[in-house]
Design a protein around this ligand. Structure first.
Ligand code: HSE
Length: 412
């Protein structure tokens, strides 16, 4: 019998306890031993839980229990999750977490401690919820040089955009519905401003390229400024707007990493990933594109990934799994003004023809984009790919247009 402990009995933690209880036989068959949930840390009481007698409010009960070999961290947030995880790893316990904020902020340090202690620090559930993505990149695709990862990494914003695209809802109405259905994080800002997707693309980039990429180095835009008009223009262009986390390897020392809403063409594999689903494309030099799709959030999908890590940790109690990346100073991140993309511009001009003329003078070849029933003075065009700094400078010089929206064109 192997003893484990769970820190945090919220949505994901209670899902982990539930699966360990309901899938006991299945898991026994996989490991050849019973998993004993010895402690659950939470400040609340859960008298109806089958593990009601295992609850504690003192994390020291877990840290000091030498029988506990694997600790699950599903508290979320940075503190005290970081301190608890660090202490558990430092005393040789393996730790499994769903906490992307923790991994994105402290992954390199916690992986190094795990390595020193010959323990495991696993976090499959931190990206893509129930979708296998960490293990596939780390193991199944290990023979590849990965050149690019791009994905829809946040279910809440994908739900909101889907409602805007297919049901004509406005942003506020769709966000309210997402909150009513319980999709949004405690603080919806993390979802709608792109911070959650940013943490996830940082974890994938760190894993694929071997150096920790910290979220503060990544240019991040959310979806709060996307309007119904932008959605209609994307449709007329032949695509949809999606919040994309993207990282590309430009050369051996440089990556271009960003989180932003983008126009995604209808023929892209990411265009039809709707509602709360996530989709992640990994481009390997041997495999070509591999796409992962499934439920990126929710109690049991996320808990399923956590339980898989518990099983993996138990199977590797004596021989550590190789999962690691070096710390870094973010110097490999391309300064985002140098990032090159085509841009969609929507605005209002008193004299649309003259405005398009000015835009051509500055940007060269532009594609004028129309939509049905556009207001008389509305104009919209798409530039050729150019560096953001150059784009912004030209926008400053652009006369006769009041710019309303600027959205990147995703080459996906
Ligand atoms: N709020 C997140 C999402 C949960 O909507 O994707 C999973 O990280």
């Amino acid at each position: 019998m192997i003893s484990v402990a769970i820190m945090g009995h919220g949505v994901v933690g209670s899902g982990v306890a539930e699966i360990l209880y309901t899938h006991k036989q299945k898991l026994f068959a996989a490991i050849g031993e019973e998993i004993n949930v010895k402690h659950i840390l939470d400040l609340r009481d859960f008298p109806d839980s089958p593990f009601a007698d295992r609850f504690t409010k003192d994390y020291k009960d877990i840290v000091n229990d030498i029988e506990v070999r694997v600790v699950v961290e599903t508290m979320g947030g940075l503190h005290p999750a970081y301190e608890f995880v660090k202490e558990c790893l430092s005393c040789g316990k393996s730790v499994v977490t769903s906490n992307k904020e923790l991994v994105a902020a402290y992954g390199a340090e916690l992986l190094a401690i795990a390595s020193e202690q010959n323990a495991n620090f696993l976090f499959e559930a931190s990206v893509g919820g129930g979708i296998p993505i960490i293990r596939p990149i780390n193991q199944c695709l290990v023979a590849n040089n990965v050149s690019e990862i791009a994905g829809i990494l946040n279910g809440t914003t994908n739900f909101i955009l889907t409602k805007m695209i297919h049901e004509g809802m406005g942003f506020d109405e769709a966000l309210k519905l997402a909150q009513e259905l319980g999709y949004a994080e405690r603080n919806p800002e993390a979802d709608v401003e792109g911070y959650d997707a940013c943490r996830k693309i940082c974890i994938l980039a760190s894993l694929a390229f071997g150096k920790h990429i910290y979220p503060d180095a990544v240019h991040t835009e959310g979806i709060t400024k996307i309007t119904a008009a932008d959605v209609e223009y994307a449709n007329a262009w032949g695509g949809v707007i999606k919040l994309i986390g993207s990282v590309k390897k430009l050369d051996k020392d440089t990556i271009d990493i960003i989180v932003a809403p983008m126009f995604v063409p209808n023929n892209s594999q990411l265009a039809n990933i709707d509602d709360v689903f996530n989709g992640i494309m990994v481009r390997g030099d041997c495999t070509g594109d591999v796409v992962f799709y499934g439920k990126g959030a929710g109690k049991l999908p996320t808990a399923s990934a956590v339980v898989a890590d518990i099983v993996d940790s138990i199977k590797h109690l004596k021989s550590r799994k190789y999962l690691s990346w070096a710390d870094s100073d973010n110097s490999s991140v391309l300064p985002y003004p140098q990032s090159v993309r085509a841009m969609f511009v929507r605005g209002v001009a008193e004299a649309p023809e003259a405005a398009y003329h000015n835009a051509r003078d500055l940007f060269g070849d532009i594609h004028i984009q129309t939509r049905e029933n556009a207001p008389e003075k509305e104009i919209a065009f798409i530039t050729e790919p150019l560096a953001l700094s150059e784009f912004e400078e030209k926008c400053r010089q652009l006369e006769g247009i009041e710019i309303g929206s600027v959205i990147r064109i995703g080459d996906l």
